[in-house]
Ligand binder design. Structure first.
Ligand code: SF4
Ligand code: SF4
Length: 512
């Protein structure tokens, strides 16, 4: 099999190469569906955007590793971890928020809000999320930095890869992979800390007493981080992540993107100085075709070819080109953040201002405000008491020896307050009904204590005496089973049915 490479230049060697349009052709001349990866050796960049990326990396990693160890006092009998995805008790704790399974719509709302924020950010400034804060970018950046420590910068790494295997190469490659695995291990560790009390789990992991699931997920997360950040790198962004394909729908001619300015850079060519040591810039552009912007690119592309799917908008090519511009005495910004509209206007000799406020961004902002308002409203009207009622179906009713009819229910009362509460249970709008709770002494109503932040399940019997059965005209009579807070008076109830014959619409069996 041979690989046809054309149109673009290999960032490593300068030979002609088109990475994302590679055609693999076998000996019979048929196109292959698979083309092997072209290795990329990003050179270290220096400059404003590189610094911003280091700072963002430091902040995001500190937040990621530190957050599980932040404490948040919620009262007795409750976890004091600020962010805890408590699978055992089916609850998410996020600082002052406590989300029960019944309230999972809050999580959905938060995800919708995050997606809309990403849409807004993308419509204003393209893939800034990908370029600066996406975990894949941050970890790939970290892995490349570690690789540089062991194997040197771009040229040294290219040389090392060409060298035959020997002790030095094995040592450098081995240490690189071990370091990646150590980073992966730390990452996996940090993620499992979000699911269990972090200081306790840290002790358990070290002493070998953690649950088997913790070790299993530690292994899975460690390996995937090593694989995605160390080995797969830019291929995750180009081939696995759907976002590069979707984000095109959010950008337009006014979106800020990392762009090469051909109107200033072309015609490009090597820099030739005259006998006086000065270059003649009169009949040429500012691009000296040095490829400094190409060799720093973690995606291995040439920004001068225009917007490309592989470009994660990391802006390292801006830093690299600015460096060159300073060295050759030309103005910085040949590669920089710009919009298509501004570039087109400039080429036509006109001026176009940056338009951040436009219908698309206004729409996203309005949707963010709407979803945010709905969530706030839902949160402030959130009930701290919930009740669910499930009637027995086999049998749906029982006729007692005195002729009265009894229905049984499974009732669950959820006390979301961080203090114990006493409730009174009652069957409302049901003539002559008496209510008893199995295991609790009661007469007309029952006093139920539900401990702090707990779901209590009860077996409830509702009985209608024979003298009142005639007041129930239908085989199945609707009524409300209500729980009332004995102190605050807060009441919540569920509509259900009392059945007295088998002709009930919901009857599933039983004998009168
Ligand atoms: S072309 Fe520039 S902005 Fe795009 S990925 Fe490469 S270095 Fe980053
Ligand atoms: S770094 Fe600047 S001058 Fe050098 S090739 Fe890239 S765009 Fe041209």
């Amino acid at each position: 099999m041979t690989t046809v490479l054309d149109r673009r230049e290999d960032p490593r060697s300068g030979s002609r190469l088109e990475r994302h349009d590679v055609e693999a052709v076998n000996k019979k001349g048929h196109r292959e569906l698979y083309a092997s990866r072209q290795a990329i050796y990003p050179k270290r960049a220096h400059g404003r955007y590189r610094t911003v990326k280091w700072v963002v990396m430091a902040i995001t990693l500190c937040v990621y590793y530190g957050l599980p160890f932040v404490r948040w006092h919620r009262g007795p009998d409750l976890p004091d971890q600020a962010v805890l995805l408590d699978i055992e008790s089916n609850r998410f704790f996020v600082f002052f928020l406590e989300i029960w399974p019944q309230e999972f719509y809050f999580v959905t709302g938060l995800l919708v809000l995050a997606a809309l924020l990403l849409f807004l950010l993308t419509s204003v400034a393209g893939r800034v999320w990908c370029g600066y804060a996406c975990p894949q970018t941050v970890w790939t950046d970290l892995m490349i930095a570690v690789e540089r420590i062991w194997q040197g910068d771009r040229n040294a790494r290219i040389r090392l890869d060409k060298e035959p295997w020997g002790a030095t190469k094995i040592f450098k490659k081995g240490m690189t992979h071990l370091s990646w695995l150590a980073i992966g291990l730390a990452t996996g560790g940090a993620l499992v800390f979000y699911f269990r009390d972090a200081p306790t789990l840290a002790r358990e992991l070290v002493t070998g007493t953690a649950p088997a699931a913790a070790y299993l997920f530690l292994g899975i997360f460690s390996f995937t981080t090593y694989l995605l950040g160390g080995i797969a790198r830019e291929q995750v962004c180009t081939f696995m992540c759907p976002w590069p394909r979707i984000q095109g729908a959010m950008t337009d001619r006014h979106t800020l993107l990392v762009r090469y300015k051909p109107e200033r850079g072309e015609p490009r060519g090597p820099l030739h100085k005259g006998p006086d040591g000065k270059a003649d810039w009169s009949a040429r552009g500012d691009c000296i075709d040095c490829k400094a912007c190409v060799v720093v690119c973690p995606a291995g592309i040439d920004i001068r070819d225009g917007s490309q799917l592989e470009c994660i908008q990391c802006a390292l090519c801006i830093d690299a080109c600015n460096d060159i511009m300073v060295k050759i005495g030309r103005p910085q910004g040949l590669v920089g953040y710009d919009t298509v509209a501004k570039q087109e206007a400039k080429a036509a000799g006109q001026y176009q201002s940056l338009r951040i406020i436009r219908p698309r961004t206004l729409l996203y902002a309005a949707l963010i405000a709407l979803v945010g308002a709905i969530m706030l409203l839902a949160w402030f009207n959130r009930s701290v008491l919930e009740i669910s009622v499930l009637p027995d179906r086999t049998p749906p009713f029982v006729q007692l020896s005195d002729g009265s009819i009894r229905n049984s229910f499974t009732v669950k009362i959820l006390n979301k307050l961080h203090e114990p509460r006493a409730f009174t249970l009652a069957a409302k709008e049901l003539a002559g009904a008496t209510l008893t709770v199995v295991g609790i002494d009661s007469s007309k109503s029952a006093q139920i204590v539900v401990p702090t932040d707990t779901l209590r399940e009860l077996r409830v019997l509702v009985t209608v005496p024979v003298r009142d059965l005639t007041k129930l005209p239908d085989p199945s009579t609707p009524f409300t089973l209500a729980a009332r807070d004995s102190v605050s008076g807060q009441e919540t109830g569920r509509r259900t049915y009392f059945r007295k014959t088998n002709t009930s619409h919901a009857a599933t069996g039983g004998r009168p």
